[in-house]
Design a protein around this ligand. Structure first.
Ligand code: NAP
Ligand code: MG
Length: 501
């Protein structure tokens, strides 16, 4: 078939998934067409070709999903299931994700463009790990007993699920983002409506099949493919949904908050954008720092919320780091995700145009393009391929320094002293992550304390784990996913007062 490059043989499961006709919505345990029959096509960003048609949910479908999720939430087969049994179910989901690693990875690479090596070694195994980690939590969600100031009182708390939760996710790690949200939401006993990004719906749909195979009761997970508007917007505005957990841009995050406020004051948690500072001090291990700074920004073709897109280099090593970064960037192989390339395309034509717009604005603002900057042609001309692009600049007010580009673009500048560095590192609306490279351990900790960011990496960049809380300061959002914190995100506390007198 023409979907993958000619020399690539897809697994039979992948071919069957793609050839078994238009993909439907998962509603109340059944795969159904959208109420108005609307569909859209998911595109392979490596060649611009359509992969498969997918149902586009309307607000009528959101109503159907809410009804199914509410019914399942009230149903004994879910709400009387013990935490231990929910844990077993999550464990089984993890096993099945591992069993289907090959086809999930191929679907992710076809739909998102990322290298197969990354899909199969990072995205899919990490998704399984999330389900396993929260399988453990499902039986350990506890309240406490509280000594109060009144006599003869027994006061205790219980943690209860929120109810029906909307999960809205982006396209950069499609399956993994679904796992980040689904695993804790289900561990806590909620029922959910998942909306994947329109650019990358396929692994969420395949995951829906896996959930059914694992024995998740009908209606507990509903999957609505579709657009931001109307599908995502209808989820956020729906009075029958108790909470929305969102990962995406700060711009859409604002809309989600105001829609939630304007409907039923639903709970909201937001994982939003970033413009993360990455700092190289002159005493750092230079080869590690340069290599680390390169991958901090360019991995996943720069489409990472935590990407280290503002690189601050201490003046004495500035030229060395800039040259090393440019040299490392030029060694990165770009190509189809099935070709053994290090990086794939950006996710869509729209995203490519947006990034090129930022590159043009950087140039016209006086930043110097050290390497990259032009769309790749030749045999890559049909796909949305951009090389790693390095800007050197002296002006933090430039758009390319302030705004999230979400593509393979880094803005590099020199700094001279500590106060200047800290002020500049914190001078954006965002606060998702930061990195620092130095051999001086106390300086590393001082930087970690001074930077306004939800995650700080020292002499490394980008590690994320199901056990470690993750989320933003400032306009990078609020609420912490992963670890114990995510249990708090998907439960509410009930306090019970018993008169013992
Ligand atoms: P996006 O445009 O904000 O979209 C995210 C999701 O929201 C998609 O499913 C989108 O649907 C949906 N959506 C769009 N408009 C909506 C609306 N009015 N109401 C409800 N839902 C709506 O972000 P993206 O371009 O997919 O992803 C890139 C962004 O995500 C970046 O800013 C990045 O930093 C952020 N991100 C953050 C994290 C984190 O953990 N902090 C992780 C990954 C990505 P459609 O796809 O159909 O438009
Ligand atoms: Mg796609």
């Amino acid at each position: 078939m023409s979907i993958a490059p000619p020399n690539v043989e897809l697994k039979p499961g992948t071919i069957q998934f793609l050839e078994s006709g238009p993909k439907k919505l998962l509603l109340g345990g059944e795969w159904l067409d959208s109420a108005d029959g609307a569909v859209f096509e998911s595109i392979n960003p490596a060649n611009g070709k359509g992969l498969v048609q997918v149902a586009a949910a309307s607000s009528a479908d959101v109503d159907r999903a809410v009804q199914a999720a509410r019914g399942a939430f009230e149903n004994a087969s879910w709400n009387r299931m013990s935490g231990a049994d929910r844990g077993n179910l999550l464990w089984k989901i993890a096993d099945l994700i591992e069993r289907y690693t090959d086809e999930l990875s191929e679907l992710e690479t076809l739909d998102n463009g990322k290298p197969l090596r990354v899909s199969s070694r990072v995205d899919v195994p990490q998704a399984a790990k999330h389900f396993r980690y929260y399988a453990g939590w499902a039986s350990k969600i506890e309240g406490s007993t509280i000594p109060v100031s009144f006599p003869n009182q027994l006061v205790y708390t219980v943690r209860e699920p929120m109810g029906v939760v909307g999960l809205i996710i982006p396209w950069n790690f499609p399956l993994l983002m679904a796992a980040w949200k689904l695993a804790p939401a289900l561990a806590c006993g909620n029922t959910v409506i998942l909306k994947p990004a329109e650019q990358t719906p396929l692994t969420a749909i395949r995951l829906g099949e896996i959930l059914i195979e694992a024995g998740v009761p009908a209606g507990v997970v509903n999957i609505l493919t579709g657009y931001g508007v109307p599908t995502g917007a209808a989820i956020t505005a729906h009075p029958g949904i108790d909470k929305v957990a969102f990962t995406g841009s700060t711009e859409v995050g604002r809309k989600i908050m105001s829609a939630a406020a304007g409907s039923n004051l639903k709970r909201v948690s937001l994982e939003l954008g970033g413009k993360s500072p990455n700092v190289v001090f002159a005493d750092a291990d230079m080869s590690r720092a340069i290599r680390g700074a390169t991958w901090a920004v360019f991995s996943n073709t720069g489409q990472e919320c935590v990407a280290g897109t503002r690189l601050f280099v201490e003046r004495p090593v500035y030229d060395q780091v800039l040259e090393g970064l440019a040299a490392d960037s030029q060694k990165i192989r770009i190509g189809n995700g099935f070709s053994g390339a290090h990086l794939g395309p950006v996710v869509s034509e729209e995203q490519l145009e947006r990034i090129l717009g930022y590159i043009a604005s950087g140039k016209s603002g006086g930043a110097e393009v050290v390497t990259g900057g032009e769309r790749l042609g030749g045999e890559l001309a049909d796909g949305y391929f951009l090389p790693p692009t390095v800007f050197a600049h002296h002006d933090d007010s430039l758009q390319v320094v302030q705004e999230e580009i979400f593509g393979p673009v880094v803005a590099v500048s020199a700094f001279d002293d500590w106060d200047e560095l800290v002020a500049r590192a914190n001078a954006t609306q965002y606060g998702l992550a930061a990195g620092v490279w130095t051999r001086d351990i106390s300086r590393a900790h001082r930087f970690a304390a001074a930077v306004k960011a939800g995650t700080v990496w020292v002499n490394q960049y980008g590690l994320i784990d199901a056990a470690a809380p993750f989320g933003g300061y400032k306009e990078s959002g609020f609420g912490r996913e992963m670890g114990k914190d995510a249990i708090e995100l998907y439960t509410q506390v009930k306090t019970v007062w018993v008169n013992l007198g």
